[in-house]
Design a protein around this ligand. Structure first.
Ligand code: TXA
Ligand code: MG
Length: 327
């Protein structure tokens, strides 16, 4: 199969709408295609076809019991997939969607079990990326989409990352350049009067608490981002060893003593000053995954990553960094 990339940037209105139609047609016939969201690229298929959902798992190499996020284009469409629409759910949807928040809630009985891996809950989100919304509207049904990476690789933030993982395996990639956010959505479990964080992201717990006036339950594992040995899904780590440093002196020492081919990662906007060599890169949520992919491509043996105080407070970013560092 040949993978067609359509760059939707700088298209005139007619060509853009033709591209959405072409992509929509593939989805309507049950194909799986990649499309951009504001967080990362997704590997999407219609929720009305079991064969399509099976295909997503197959192409990605994803364990069958890890459920997908269903992407909707409006609150009404999202609510139609929920068992009940209670005030807290409505408040969260109205305040955070469209945007990088995924809500897990009891599913409507009309949602087929194959979409949720047999769970009685469903993960739902409304992306803010216009092309994603246009695509869902074109198809007329919600689109289930995990991140468009092979299982075990970092999520893709650029169409080329998707191409690297799926060239020849999917018919189309819609290319809208770099994703604005760069890490996956914040995932919360929402019950009548309770919110539990399942995956940290760019939307912080404090923001959710501020809007809802409800304390968000955060497990120790998530706070520490420690991967317990029993944790079910192995997460991506670059082939290089990732070493984390919280103070500048030990960081400088490690750089001086170092004999391996090392990538140096320093927080973007860090007030601490560093010398800049060709192996030094500034990281943020926006480019962390791209840098991990680059480290593998360029065969770095080691990544020395400096964490300053303001970075340490970013739960979504720290969660991804610590996962990468724990082999
Ligand atoms: O930003 C994002 O969320 C991206 C873009 C494409 O939307 N998608 C994404 O999907 O990251 P994925 O499949 O890579 O991650 C979905 C997460 C997984 O951790 C999965 O276990 C969790 O959501 N999830 C899905 N359904 C769930 C459910 N019913 N209960 C608990 N967790 C669920
Ligand atoms: Mg993923």
């Amino acid at each position: 199969m040949k993978t067609k990339i359509i760059d939707i940037r700088n298209l005139d209105e007619q060509s853009y709408s033709n591209s959405i139609q072409e992509a929509g047609l593939l989805l309507k016939t049950g194909e799986v295609i990649a499309f951009p969201t504001e967080t990362v690229y997704g590997l999407g298929g219609i929720i009305s076809s079991k064969e399509t959902i099976d295909k997503i798992y197959f192409v990605k190499g994803r364990p069958a019991d890890n459920p997908l996020i269903v992407h909707c284009s409006s609150p009404e469409q999202l609510f139609s997939l929920c068992k009940s629409v209670f005030p807290l759910l409505e408040l969260l949807v109205r305040n955070f969607m469209p945007g990088p928040l995924t809500i897990v809630t009891k599913k409507s009985p009309k949602v087929a079990d194959f979409i949720t891996s047999g769970l009685d809950t469903i993960a739902l989100r409304i992306p803010s990326k216009i092309v994603a919304i246009d695509l869902i509207n074109e198809v007329g049904v919600p689109i289930a989409a995990p991140s468009a990476n092979l299982s075990g690789k970092p999520s893709p933030t650029h169409a080329q990352h998707v191409m690297d993982d799926f060239n020849g395996k999917i018919p189309m990639i819609l290319d809208d350049g770099d994703c604005d956010i760069g890490i996956e959505s914040t995932v919360i479990l929402v019950e009548e009067n309770q919110i539990t964080l399942l995956r940290p992201g760019i939307i912080e717990v404090s923001t959710i608490e501020h809007i809802t006036n409800i304390p968000v339950t955060v497990s120790v594992e998530l706070t520490e981002s420690i991967l317990s040995p029993g944790m079910k899904y192995r997460h991506y780590s670059p082939n290089a060893i990732v070493r984390l440093f919280y103070d500048k002196e030990s960081y400088k020492e490690a750089i001086q003593e170092n004999t391996l081919k090392s990538m140096l990662l320093i927080p973007e906007n860090s007030s601490t000053s560093f010398e800049n060599a060709s192996n030094t890169f500034r990281y943020s949520e926006h480019n962390l995954y791209a840098l991990f992919r680059l480290a593998d491509e360029q065969h770095y043996s080691q990544i020395l990553l400096f964490i300053d105080d303001s970075t340490a407070k970013k739960m979504g970013l720290m969660n991804r960094i610590k996962k990468a560092a724990s082999k």
